[in-house]
Write a protein that binds this ligand. Structure first.
Ligand code: UGY
Ligand code: MN
Length: 261
């Protein structure tokens, strides 16, 4: 391509983005601006670090495209850090506590903080993509989370807060041993939250399908499949789905079951 002519880039929209960063408050990060990061332990992967403490989060999210037999075979998490992996597309093998998990699209694995996870692509030479999460675990005496694996395509969707047009899946048990949960919220076209949430919990969300308008701290942001949204503690938040063809759905983390330190 050679050097980018800035005037030309401006004319063609190359130097415009929907990404918005309001540190410690909220962020929308769109696919056009993603860059590859080098993270020790990840081989033959394109990896992008998304939400981090530098943005105001107490967790770290990553988007990882695994090529060939790429993955992390050294070990990720453990030593106080719990991890969660979700297959956006493709097929991977993941390992924890001496067991193998074959994960296809919608498949996931949660690994508690005393164990490491390893994983590799297993998609007949095609790429796979995963949404990856880690967070330091806040222990609770007398309670211990377990390894959890399932596939959202085999799980029921429940009405969210009594609304049939908004469906939720809880990917982890609602058990006080866990200091967070991962959910998928799916809004049928035209559906919305029932109110603007304002809560202490943080979210890192990855949009799996459709599009929506998102009220983030009372600023309306368009969001689309492939976008990442960070919602910091207390950031007012609500959305409605736009378009007629598919639901607006995102996977997101939410801290839970602990007092504030
Ligand atoms: O669980 C939640 O707090 C969720 N309803 N938040 C959100 O969708 N922004
Ligand atoms: Mn929320």
């Amino acid at each position: 391509m050679g050097y980018l002519n800035h005037n030309q880039g401006y004319r063609e929209g190359l130097l415009e983005t929907r990404s918005v960063i309001k540190k410690d408050n909220y962020a929308v990060i769109t696919p056009d601006g993603l860059v590859n990061n080098v993270v020790p332990g990840f081989e033959d992967c394109d990896i992008t670090i998304l939400g981090t403490p530098r943005l105001g989060a107490r967790f770290v999210d990553y988007l990882v495209t695994l090529k060939n037999q790429g993955g992390n075979k050294q070990g990720f998490g453990g030593n106080g850090i719990q991890t969660f992996i979700y297959v956006v597309y493709g097929k991977i093998n993941a390992y924890a506590d001496g067991k193998q998990y074959q994960l296809t699209e919608g498949g996931y694995l949660y690994v508690p903080a005393d164990l490491e996870i390893t994983f590799e692509n297993n998609n007949n030479g095609e790429d796979s993509r995963v949404f990856l999460y880690k967070k330091r675990y806040q222990p609770l005496e007398g309670h211990k989370p377990e390894v959890v694996s399932n596939n959202v395509n085999e799980m029921k969707q429940e009405a969210y807060e009594g609304m049939e047009e908004v469906l939720v899946q809880d990917l982890l048990p609602k058990d006080i041993a866990y200091d967070m949960n991962i959910h998928i919220l799916s809004f049928k076209p035209g559906a919305s939250h029932g109110y603007i949430e304002t809560h202490v919990q943080e979210h890192g969300a990855y949009v799996l399908s459709g599009r929506g308008m998102y009220n983030l701290d009372n600023e309306w942001q368009p969001v689309d499949k492939g976008d990442y949204i960070f919602m910091g503690a207390y950031a007012p938040q609500a959305t409605y789905a736009v378009g007629l063809d598919e639901p607006f759905a995102y996977i997101y983390s939410k801290d839970a079951n602990r007092d504030i330190e």
